[in-house]
Design a protein around this ligand. Structure first.
Ligand code: ZN
Ligand code: ZN
Length: 214
């Protein structure tokens, strides 16, 4: 290369060609890196128990076969509080997460420890913004204590992962599934959440694998 540069007058076309080849190589390398680095970021909305964050991170990494980052803790979502309902408007929190404009992530999952609602429903376990590829879940109703039952950490963790996988599933283009043992089945109650668990049925697995290539 040095020899060619010193004698550039003799090899102008060769130099142009070398630069072209190099820039194409950089472009290919760049695309490959992005492909390899597809990852999901978990964003704690307010203060969230670290143990549940780490557990969800580990489980999602295995289930989606992707790197899962833990993002910076965000402020308490007082901006989404509805005094009348004494709940938090999940769509507003989703918007706020999207507005963080985090780059380099395939999907973003917010985890909140406040009770969530959308105007049409009395409450939601979570919500997904399919177009913006952002999802949100609430931990509040996943604890046994919410129903005045004794604490069950293992069950709470399983429910959290189930809801996280469900909402992220929506961001990969999955709709509600009619198979009541599939994670994409609509949970109306915790009974539904516990029965279905965090696993996709075969049909949803195929759809999600196609979605991940998008
Ligand atoms: Zn759903
Ligand atoms: Zn399914």
């Amino acid at each position: 290369m040095e020899y060619i540069l010193k004698n550039y007058r003799k090899f102008p076309i060769l130099i142009v060609l070398l630069i072209l080849v190099e820039s194409i190589a950089i472009k290919i390398g760049h695309t490959k890196n992005i492909e390899m680095e597809k990852k999901i970021c978990i964003i704690p909305i307010g203060s969230i128990d670290k143990e549940i964050l780490y557990y969800t991170q580990k489980e999602l990494a295995e289930r989606f076969n992707m790197k899962i980052d833990l993002g910076e803790e965000q402020e308490d979502p007082n901006y989404a509080y509805n005094k009348k309902r004494r709940q938090y408007h999940s769509t507003r929190i989703l918007k706020r997460i999207h507005n963080l404009k985090l780059s380099g992530y395939d999907r973003i999952l917010g985890i909140a420890d406040v009770d969530l609602f959308v105007p049409e429903l009395t409450f939601v376990f979570g919500e997904a913004d399919i177009a913006r590829k952002v999802a949100l879940i609430s931990l509040v109703r996943l604890r046994q204590e919410f129903c005045d039952l004794p604490e069950d950490i293992a069950l709470f963790k399983k429910r959290t992962v189930t809801e996280a996988v469900h909402e992220l599933g929506h961001t990969y283009g999955l709709r509600h599934c009619t198979n009541s043992n599939c994670v994409m089945f609509f949970s109306n109650t915790l009974g539904d959440t516990d029965r279905k668990g965090p696993t996709f049925c075969d049909t949803c697995t195929k759809t999600i694998n196609n979605g991940k290539k998008l």
